[in-house]
Ligand binder design. Structure first.
Ligand code: 2HG
Ligand code: ZN
Length: 461
């Protein structure tokens, strides 16, 4: 069936690039989760919207499942193809299509890397402000599919805020032109927003119009060492009151140990359980003094044990590396990842509850905490001990995630803050969304994708 079906696809779209070599199936069939064995039927690399539509129409007739694929840096298995699906990689559709100086928007194809978008915005004296460590390899289509967040959400919000328009191929092959760059459009349901964060289950993004903005004022980067967990949100309150924050990120001593072992430079001596990297506007002396005042108050109140402020761009980059290098430094330990959020106001109480839970449930296992604490978003990476098999380790982590999900439910939080549900978190969707909501989500899925060919098995069980 596969050979015949692919031959039919090639007949219909003679210019379509199709890959079926084992190495390509392996490469395009997985994302950063590395948990599933890739087993796609083939990889399609369309070069145009028409080709994407042609593939989707063919898949409908043949009832072939499609996995839309960007940079595959996802951490929830949203781009995994392990069930004989066709991977539809958007990597060849990776160009800037145009800049509109009046609207201050950049039209791009979905396969463009986030970093390339940053560069294109800078060429026009503007910025695209969504940013995170995978910027060099993730694609804007994937960012849209997961409503990606990152390190500047505290200032600029998530991807959702920056999408002025989307062209999407829906599950029946129809091309939708959603919102068309309008700022004001009070004409019924906003289908563009419905697409953002839908993880490739409702449509395939084939073009995006991104909103750009002015660059922020000159900034400073500070690394702070904190004596205990309670200090985290108190320092956040202190800094947010006195400064205009661009980022407020935290990590623990265990995270630091790994990132230093991976080549980053120590910036503060001594042992401290918690660290914060913060960046704030510092265009003039007054702002710089405000930062020193906040720092000194933190020290006086016993909330800050030590700190450094970057004196150059290179030093600022070195401080950021301590935070941004964490994911890569943990990769060889096959971490099980939780990406969770609660309201900022609920963080302190929530941290206490889960600290008790995680130390009880993972007594002899390294648990690495870090993340976007200023947005109420924590990344908890559980490192696999060498003595445990992959399967036993995942089983144990899934048991704990169920308990974590119950705690999140009590605190009104979310089981996925910014990585998406994919395959990894679908069993816990109910902790964050009510049965009524999930029923409506399933209904929406059927409307956009009547034959269920778009990323089946992701998001829902
Ligand atoms: C980050 O904030 C990313 O660095 C990755 O969202 C988080 O590896 C992780 O768990
Ligand atoms: Zn993150």
């Amino acid at each position: 069936m596969t050979v015949e079906a692919l031959a039919d696809l090639s007949r219909r779209l003679p210019d379509l690039r199709l890959l079926t070599e084992a190495g390509d199936l392996e490469h395009y069939g997985r994302d950063w989760t590395r948990r599933w064995t890739p087993a796609p039927m083939a990889i399609a690399l369309p070069a145009s919207i028409e080709e994407v539509q042609g593939i989707v129409r063919w898949a409908n007739e043949r009832k072939v499942a499609i996995v839309p694929s960007g940079g595959r840096t996802g951490l929830s298995g949203g781009a995994v193809a392990a069930q004989g699906e066709l991977v539809l990689s958007l990597s060849r559709m990776n160009r800037v299509l145009g800049f509109d100086v009046v609207d201050r928007t950049l039209a791009v194809q979905p396969g463009i890397a986030l970093e390339t978008v940053h560069g294109a915005a800078r060429e026009h004296g503007l910025i695209y402000p969504v940013d995170f460590a995978a910027r060099g390899s993730c694609s804007i289509g994937g960012n849209i599919a997961t409503n990606a967040g990152g390190i500047r959400v505290i200032r600029y919000g998530n991807t959702r805020e920056w999408i002025a328009g989307l062209k999407v191929v829906a599950g029946n092959g129809e091309l939708l032109d959603l919102n068309r760059g309008l700022i004001k459009n009070s004409s019924g349901y906003d289908l563009r927003q419905l697409m953002i964060g839908s993880e490739g289950t409702l449509g395939i993004v084939v073009e995006a119009t991104l909103r750009l903005t002015d660059p922020p004022p000159a900034s400073q980067v500070m690394l702070l060492a904190l004596p205990n967990m309670d200090a985290l949100m108190q320092v956040f309150a202190l800094f947010r009151a006195g400064l205009s924050l661009q980022a407020f990120e935290f990590f623990t001593d265990i995270a630091l140990k790994h990132v230093l072992a991976h080549g980053a430079q120590r910036a503060i001596d001594g042992e401290h359980p918690y660290y914060v990297v913060t960046e704030f506007d510092a265009p003039d002396e007054r702002a710089q003094e405000a930062a020193m005042t906040a720092f000194e108050q933190g020290v006086e109140q016993g909330l800050i044990s030590d700190g450094v402020i970057a004196q150059s761009d290179a030093q600022a980059a070195a401080l950021w590396r301590l935070r941004e290098g964490i994911t890569e430094s943990l990769a060889s330990h096959k971490p099980y990842k939780n990406d969770i959020s609660v309201r900022i106001g609920a963080v302190s109480a929530f941290l206490h509850d889960i600290q008790a839970l995680l130390s009880r449930e993972y007594p002899h296992i390294d648990v690495v905490w870090f993340g976007h604490i200023g947005d109420g978003n924590l990344h908890i990476n559980v490192l696999k001990p060498e003595t445990l098999s992959d399967a036993d380790f995942i089983a144990q982590c899934e048991h704990v995630t169920k308990l974590l999900a119950d705690t999140l439910h009590r605190h009104g939080g979310s089981i996925s803050a910014e990585h998406g549900i994919g395959l990894v978190k679908r069993a816990y969707l109910e902790s964050t969304r009510s049965a009524a909501e999930i029923a409506l989500m399933r209904g929406v899925k059927t409307v956009f994708d009547p034959n269920g060919i778009l990323n089946p098995g992701k998001l829902f069980i």
